[in-house]
Structure formats: C-alpha cells, structure tokens
Design a protein. Sequence first.
Lengths: 341, 668
Amino acid sequence: MTLREELLHLKNESLGSITNASTVLELEEIRIEYLGKKGKIAEMFKKVPHLEDEEKIAIGKLANEVKIILENAFEDSKQSLTKKAYEQDVKNEEIDVTAPSIKPQFGRIHPVTQVVWELKEAFEKLGYQIMEGGEIETEWYNFTALNIPPNHPARDLQDTFWIDDIILPRTHTSSMQVRTMEKLKPPFKVAVPGWVYRCEREDATHASQFWHFEGFVVGKNISFSDLKGTLTLLMRSVLGQNSQLKFRASYFPYVEPCAEMSASCPHCNMKGCTACGGSGWLEILGSGMIHPKVLENAGIDPKVYNGFAFCPGPTRLAMIKYKINDIRLLTGGDIRFLKQF
Amino acid sequence: MIISLDWLSDFIKLNRSPKEIADKITLSLSEVEKIEKKRSDTILEIENKALTHRPDCFSQLGLAREIAAYFNTPLNDPLHKLTNTKIKKPNKNLNLSVSLKNPEDIPRYCTIVLSTIKVKTSPEFIQKRLISCGIRPINNVVDITNYVMLELGQPLHAYDYDKVDGHKIEVRKASKGETIVTLDSVARNLDKTMVVIADDKKVLLLGGVMGGKDSEVNGDTKTIILESATFDGKTTRITSKKVGLRTDGSTRYEKNIDPNLAYAGLVRAAELLEKFAGAKVASKLFDIHYGLPNPKVIEVETDRLNTILGLSLKPEDIKNLLERLKLKTEIKDKLLTITIPTYRRDLSMEADIAEEVARIYGYDEIPTTLPKGDIIPPFKNPVIEGQYQIKNILMGLGLYEVHLPSLIGNETISLLGEDKEKHIKLLNPTSPEKTYFKRSLIESLVLAAELNSKYFNNFGIFEVGRVYEKTQKGKLPNERIKVGAIFLYPKTDDIGNSFYKVKGIIEELLNILSIPLPEFNPLDKHQVFQKGITAKVGDYGIVGKINPQISDWISKESNVFGFELDFKMLISKRVGKYYKQISNNPAIIEDFTFEFAKIPLIGYLLSEIKSSDQLINQIDIVGTYNNSITVRVYFQDPNKSLSSKEIDPFRKKLIELIGEKFKGKIKT
C-alpha cells in the first residue's frame, strides 16, 4: 500500500469508527487512537520527511487534509453525542412532579402572635411606645384607680379571678394605664400587649385567658374625633383597607365619653355569615376618652391634659381573621392547628 | 333590659319601625340584641352592660326619654305630676308604726297601708305588658308593684298587713343568725352587713333583694302595707352577692336609684291599686328620709366641649342637643349651665356632658382626625424586640410557637413531682385543671407534648411566656419571661444525637441573637430532667431529657427533651455584632490524638483548646477510641499564610495544655 492509500484507508477507517462511537468516552478513545500525540495520523506524519520531494509535498498536504477532516468529524460527533447524552439524562431523570412534596422543617408563629405583631407595627408607625406590664396586679391598678371602686356594679362587667383580697390576675391591660401614667410625663402614646384573665367557664367562645392590646394617649387638647380617626387607621391596617367601621355608645367606667367599635365582617361583605353570627358586623373593641378621675389617680391634672384609651383584642381579631370557631384551640398547643398559619 | 313598644306608646308617639328604633338605641345607648314580636306587641332586648351606670334606663319611662331624644320627638312624662300628687287622706286609720335606724343604708323609706283589697287577676293590659317584659303575672297586687317597677324603675313591695306582727315595721341591720325564707322558698342566712325590714318577731324582707314568704300577699289578703323604698346600692350589692340572689329589685338598687322616685312610685302604685284592686288608703303616709337630692348644676365651656369632641358646635346647638334629653341648659356668652334631673345619677362632670352631646349628635357623625403634633418614632423596647426575634428564630429552626394557659392543675404538679404549695393559687378557680399559676413553662408544655404525641413523633414546640413565683403574702408575685421548648424524637433515634440536636438549637438561637455561648455543665439533680442527660446552660437555664416517668406519660414511643431559658438574662448578655476578617489564606489542618486515663468532658476539652490561641480557628472531633480522642485543629491567620514551622510553638503549647489540664498524653 502506498502511503497515499494508507492515508485514505486510515481516513475511512477512522470516519467509520467515529460514526460507530456511541459515547463521548468511546469517541475520545478513538480520537486518541488516530489524532493523539502517538496516534496513527502522527505516525503517518513521521513518515513524510523520508519521502521524495514531490511526494513529500503532496502527501504532507493530504495528511494535513485528513487530519483536519478527522478533527472536524470528531468535533461534530462529540457535539452530537453530548447532546444525545444530555437528552438521555433528561429522559432518565424524569419524575412525577405531581407526587407529594418533601417539606422543609420550618416552624410556625402562633396566629395570635401574628395579629399582635400586625398591631404592634401599626402602633409603632403611629408613634406608640410598646410596653409590657405585670399580669398579676393589685386591685387598685386593675379596678379602683380606673374609677371602679369596690362594690361598684361595674365590677360585674369583668368576672374576676382572685389570688387574695387585693391581688388578682388582671382582667384587662387597662391595668397598665395608671402605672404608666405615673412614670411618664405627658404627652405620650403607649401600647401594651398581653394576657388578661377572666373567671369564666370555658367553652367555644369563652376562655379564662386571652389577649388584649391596650393603646392610650395623653396630651393636650386630644379629642374624641382623634380617637375615632386613630381607631379607623389601626383597625383597617389589621382588617383590611376596605373594612367598614361603626362607632357607637357604650359604658366602661374608666372612659367618658365611651365608645365601642364594630367592624364589617371581612368574610361576607356584610351579608351575614357564620363568622359574624349573621349580623354582618363584629364588635372589636371598647374605647373612650380617659376619665378625668383616672388621670387624677395617676397624678395628672385633667384640667391641663386629657387623652384616650382603647383596647383591641388580638385573640378576638385572630378568630375573626382566620375564621377560628373555638377559642380553646388558641391555647391548646395542637400542631395540627398551628400548622395552618 | 326589655322595652315594650306598646308600653312606649304611652309616652311617645313615634312613627318608626322597630328596626329604626333599635338601630338608634344601638348607636346611642346600648346594643339591641333582639327584636321580637310578642302577640300585639314588639319588644327590643337591650344589652344591660352599657346600662350599668343608668338606673333610669331600667324603666320604660327612662328608655322612652332616651328614644324621644334620639328622634327629637315630644315626651309625655308623668314623673312631674306623680311627684306632686298628694296621697289621699285615709278614711279610717289602721295601726302602723315605722322606725328606721340606719339612714345610710336606706336613703328613703315610703310606706302606706291600703285596705279593702280584692286580690284577683290583673287587667289584660297589665298582664300583657308584664309578659312582654318577661315577668309572670301572679295577682293584681303583685303585678301592680312589678308594673310600676318596670314603668318607672322603682321597685316596690306589698306585705299582707295581717301577717305583720304588731303592725310594726322596723328598718334595721340584720343580726347574725337571723334567717328569712324568701319568696322563692329558699331559707337565707343573714348577717349584720345586710339591711332588713322586720316586724316584732320576724324578718319580712331582705333589703333591696326580695320579700319574705311569711308576709306574702295571697288570695285571702284584704289589707296590705305598700312599701316604696330606696335601698343603698352598695349595701344591696353586698347582700345580693352574699346570698347569691340577683333580682329585678337588686339589679336596680345596686345602681343607686333616685330617692325622689320612691314617692312617685308609691303614688303610681296606689293609684293603680285603687283602680284595679279596690284599694283605699288606710293610714297616713310614712315618708322617712334625711334630705333628698336636689338637681345638680354643671357648667361647661362651649370651646372645651368642642375640643373634647372634635366638633365646632355653637352654644345654641349644644343647648338644643341637651334639651332633647331634658337637660335644662342656659347660655351665658359661651358658658353653658346645665341642670341635671335627679334621676340622671350618671351625670356629674364636663366629660359626662360631652358624652351626652356626642350621643345625641350621633357617634356616626363624629369626624375622624388624628392627634395633633408630630409623630415621634418610638424607641425599640429590647424586651418586646427580643421576644419578637426569639420567636422568629425558633420558627426558622423548625419549632411551632404555642400559647399555653398560665394556669395548671394539681394533677400536672403531681406528675412533675413538684410541690403545689410553691405555686400561686386562685381563690376561685373555674376548673381543677386551671387552679395554679405555672412556675415553669415545662409544666404546661408537657401537656401540649402529650396531646401532639398522638399525631406526631418528631417535633418541637416552644413558648415565650411568663412564669409566676410566690413572694410575700399581699405582695405581687415575681413574673419572669422564659423561653421554653419541648421536643419529641422517636425512641429509635440515638439519644445522644437527639440531645445534641436540641443543644444545637439553643446554640444557634444564641449565635443569631449574638449572645456569647455559655458552658453547658452537667446537672445531676432535677425534678423533671433526667440525670446524665441534662445540662445547665450557663446561668440562662437548663436543657435535657425529660425523666422517664414524665416522658412515658407523654409518649411511650418517644424520647422527650426540653429546655427552659430565662429571657431577661439572655437579652442582658447580647453584644454588638462586628465583622471579623474572613481569611482566604489556607489553614493548616492537623490531627492530634491524646490518650487519657479517663476520657474528659469533651465540651471542656474543646473550649480549653479553642481559647488557648487566637490562631486556632476551628476544632473538630475526629473520633474517640477507648481512652483516646482525636481532634482536628485548624490553624489560620487572617493576614498571611502560615508555614508548618510557624505553628510549631502552638503545637507544643497545645500538647502541654492537654497534659497539664486533662492529663492527656499525645499519641504519635
């Protein structure tokens, strides 16, 4: 065989091998066999210098052409094999994406805490200082200082647990009003979240322990309309901007004038549903202008200063917001419940 | 309180639907909870809570006054006429003596004898109206006393004259040991705080609450003693609470009704008894009091009132609003002088007048504004922010936040082997499971863990809440905020691994909060935690496995772990976060194997090595075998590459240290 024939044979042989190669790895072996430093083509080139001048040029040229053809063939084949390999991988890796997920281990924040945080954020934006106070209180701060003297019928408005004659778990976060007023110099805006306790038989709507988030403001020339405006802003931030709010008369001895606020039911567009007991409206808080006697009891001159106080209930708001129909779920610690928020 | 719209028509002519009337009452007074048709009448049921300060609204007339004001419609008020009507002179005078010993408990006592009574059923309209208001008709005498109470708000009582021994009425304090069988046939024990009406021999009536069975009016009654008294609110309330009996009478009296009403009530009842029971006056009128209240006068500045309400009313506007409520108002410049009828016991100051103006003006018409002045951003309260962060971090670490009752039962205290005497106890618990305040979050967390163990076998729950510690009697207890958690891991999991997971959660929590990690020191004795798998977390608290009895009660299939840390201690140790140079210079990593007579506590060993030199960036335990431990030490300098030669002195130092402190020998 002449060198020319050998070269052409080598070209055909290797092109055949390239075509037959089924993997990139196989292809690479073939490439090394032919195009490697010690490959068959390299062997050919070694023979070229020994040829006659004329043949040297011709064969040299041919050998180069064969080398380029093979290099291109390898490159093409490599690309198509790689592509095929990916296609195969993709096919192999196919799974049923509708099958159940594997859940990351992430906990939950209690729904009432979530409402407390929403209120906290709204309070802070309006400039309220968030404070906490004792859950166990004296009769003075819980009742008497708030214009509810012993044996006043208003004491019946809040069924009270007692620890002894004068100490009780607070029935409302209003117990922090006089305590705070004694410490701060007006003007101030304060909000107090926390547990409150009532001596109640427990059922789906009554708990012996639930949350309050009291807000109060003391300053000069504060008005009832300021209270209404503040409540409207705050409650819409929790219940939604389209929430309708109703302001009406009520009675708590520590505020005068006194007002209760109801909100349109967020679930039924006021048509009436189970969440609102069919009325379309939900009572959400009690409020009013701080009673002059309360200010006096805290050593603040009611002729100079006045203010307002109000108390949304995070427990109640959470129940409304998430359509929770049994208050006991909130203190049950059941993960099946907590997982939902 | 129930209002009958049929009855209301005696006082006002109003062409409004029950719904319209109800809506106005809800807006301006108290919520109407129910509108109900009752035969030819319609009743509105009004929530009592917001009427606590309004004894006048416990009457049809009082509510009519309110409604007349809301709709600005004329009121036919019989009170003035009744107050000025003279009781008829008796034809014959039956014997009666009345004595009153304690005017402070009974500001006014009016009574009269009525004879020639024919006890029978009441006329139709009285029966119908009583039924509308939820009172069962009995006979004309009893019904008329009830009718007047509902109409005017003045409770009355009729005694059978012939059953009153000695025809003698004595108003006095009860003495200890005295009893009365009240009209509901219950024997009641009395004490000296209670006021009674008594004759020579027995107690006739428990003051402000209920009459006695012994002097009850029945079909045979011919002569009655009609009583219209003003019992003091506080005394009535104490009595009513003590005997555990609330009546229509006590509900009104405890709100301190107007003594002026006693006489009007007596006149009204006598008038009706004459008409419907053939009654004739048979004694002089006894009207005992030591001075009656006069109308109060309150002065209010128009500008002040407008400032309080956020309105800009003219003095005349305010006068018009107040006079709709029968509050006579005089204007002098901008000063309003308001005369308060004595039945409005709730009005005594400027703020009260502001509320009256707002109620009639309409709460829905009050504008919405915000307090004037700049909004000053509040400072971040570390107690509030700390709790917020801890909750978020623990959630991120896979735990569920729970809110659990602060109150626990004796059973739980016993389960945990604790002493109930150390817990604060409620005097009036509503259930045995909620009687004592918890002293540790674990006490309620175990209950939640038990509940969840029925559905899950691998979880963690946490609470950031308070625990309550007894102090001296009469003093407030200590309340401490704690961070507590409970974990359940399957029994098939390695106990050590489970513990280290919990320990890891604490460390990660502290790292994120930038609280220096404390030492975890083994704790041998604890009521709740298991010996050998429990550690003190510095001074912050405790972590460990819950001991087997409790753990088994929670779940037989799981190992239970828990921790409790003191919140205030944690946040007091927070330090600033500062960037520490990240080094891209390669670390020199070397393994050291030490041999000990007895393997030391690894935590102590590692912290000793770690603190021995700044260049030690990281240490891992490669393994322990018999009495030897292999540690991998990473030497790294943030500023340069270290050569093996440079760390020679540190190697030596480390080996010496282990030898000195732990009697460990390097193995080569």
